[in-house]
Design a protein around this ligand. Structure first.
Ligand code: CAA
Length: 389
């Protein structure tokens, strides 16, 4: 049955035929449907609308959601395998996928009411619409408890006011999970998460960010002015919003770790191929030890990142504590992504600096993995706290 396996500290990484089929499907989709036109989409910062629709049809937008709500019912290992393959080619598509899967769908499925799941989760899991996770604010990035957006309790509804920043899927999403402060005296225990639909009066999509990388994902600020949200749209008990955000981000970090791994592996594969095509000083550049050492180091560190990503995914699937493992995977994989993509550009020389060869895009895309869903510094904080917990 198992065709690829790997053992680490008693953890069993057997990949089943189903896992390998998911990996292959994601690889084919990335090669055949994401690669064509990718340079133009990146140049124009154009949202990959038809490709996202296809991701929904192929089941990549609700991979881990129960089939009862239109999802694929798959495990986290399947999800990271797909994320890696898609990120090798198109990290913009993979962040759209990651936010929908591991922040929005996961958050709703794990903590939402049955009515919320029926109303919203099925639409998100099938790709009828996509979701956005709205935590960051102009003055609250890493310091996420400092929420300025308010959700005033008005009896049977909340009145939402404020601004969210750097929201992935900001314009293209139909359903947003909005974190806001209800009771400031209770600090983070006075924060709520509300499900807010696009089109709700007072809810406006703001400025589109002109980004260094992941340029074809759409990142916007969102503005809320006296937006009325019924109480039934609150996720969990009153004051659960910050815990909700943190718990959801623990899993989200596995998705971004897999994205970083894919970016690194994609750059490495391109560099390895190029090193066997390009000649200098009368031989393939792979024959030069300077290039061999770079590739050997890249292969080793990428494999180490892969182990951390699989470990975090497997722990989540086995319902074991994965907070530290997810933070370690994200920290390491994102640092490796930045380093390996830079090395891939170096191996390509002048060609690496131009767009047709893809590695400069991967290098630009890699940078964000050290920043979103918790910066590298925040991951170190999370890891350190777990060391003495
Ligand atoms: N899992 C579960 N709960 C957690 C948690 C975790 N990893 N980290 C903290 N908490 C809980 C704590 O238990 C505590 O709850 P109680 O008091 O009820 O026990 C509460 O959250 C507050 O925790 P702290 O006292 O530790 O708060 P802090 O302010 O000292 O630190 C932080 C919190 C870890 C720095 C947090 O603010 C954080 O993770 N910041 C980074 C935010 C982030 O990742 N943003 C990403 C934006 S989303 C995004 O990027 C999506 C996208 O578009 C791609």
């Amino acid at each position: 049955m198992a065709t690829a396996s790997l053992e680490l500290q008693g953890l069993n990484f057997n990949l089943s035929e189903e896992h390998l089929a998911v990996q292959e499907a994601a690889r084919d989709f990335a090669q055949n449907e994401l690669l064509p036109g990718i340079v133009e989409r990146d140049n124009e910062a154009r949202f990959p609308a038809s490709q996202v629709k296809r991701m929904g049809e192929l089941g990549f937008l609700g991979m881990m959601v129960s089939p009862d709500y239109g999802g694929g019912g798959m495990d986290t290992v399947s999800y990271v395998l797909a994320m890696e393959e898609i990120s090798k080619i198109d990290a913009s598509a993979s962040v759209i996928m990651s936010v929908n899967n591991s922040l929005v769908c996961y958050g709703l499925e794990a903590f939402g009411t049955e009515a919320q799941k029926q109303k919203y989760l099925t639409r998100l899991a099938t790709g009828e619409t996509i979701g956005a996770f709205c935590l960051s604010e102009p003055e609250a990035g890493s310091d996420a408890t400092s929420q300025s957006t308010t959700a005033e309790d008005k009896g049977d509804y909340y009145l939402v006011n404020g601004t969210k920043n750097w929201i992935t899927n900001g314009n293209s999403s139909g359903i947003c999970l909005v974190i806001a402060q209800t009771d400031r005296e209770k600090k983070h225990r006075g924060i709520n998460c509300l499900i807010v639909e696009k089109g709700t009066p007072g809810f406006v999509v703001g400025k589109k960010e002109d980004k260094m990388g992941i340029r074809s994902s759409d990142t916007h600020s969102l503005l809320f002015t006296d937006v009325k949200i019924p109480k039934e749209n609150r996720i969990g008990d009153d004051g659960f919003g910050f815990k909700f955000a943190m718990s959801t981000l623990n899993g989200g970090r596995i998705g971004i770790a897999a994205q970083a791994l894919g970016i690194a592996a994609g750059a490495y594969e391109l560099a390895l191929k190029y090193s066997q095509e390009r000649k200098s000083f009368g031989k393939q550049i792979f024959e030069h030890q300077a290039i061999q050492f770079k590739l050997a180091e890249m292969a080793t560190k990428i494999e180490a990142a892969r182990l951390l990503v699989y470990k975090a995914a497997r722990l989540k699937d086995e319902h074991k504590d994965y907070v530290q493992a997810a933070a370690m995977a994200k920290l390491f994989a994102s640092e490796i992504a930045m380093w390996a993509t830079t090395e891939a550009v170096q191996i390509h020389g002048g060609y690496g600096y131009v767009k047709e060869f893809h590695v400069e895009r991967l290098m630009r895309d890699a940078k964000i993995t050290q920043i979103y869903e918790g910066t590298s510094e925040i991951q170190k904080l999370v890891i350190a706290r777990e060391l003495i917990r």
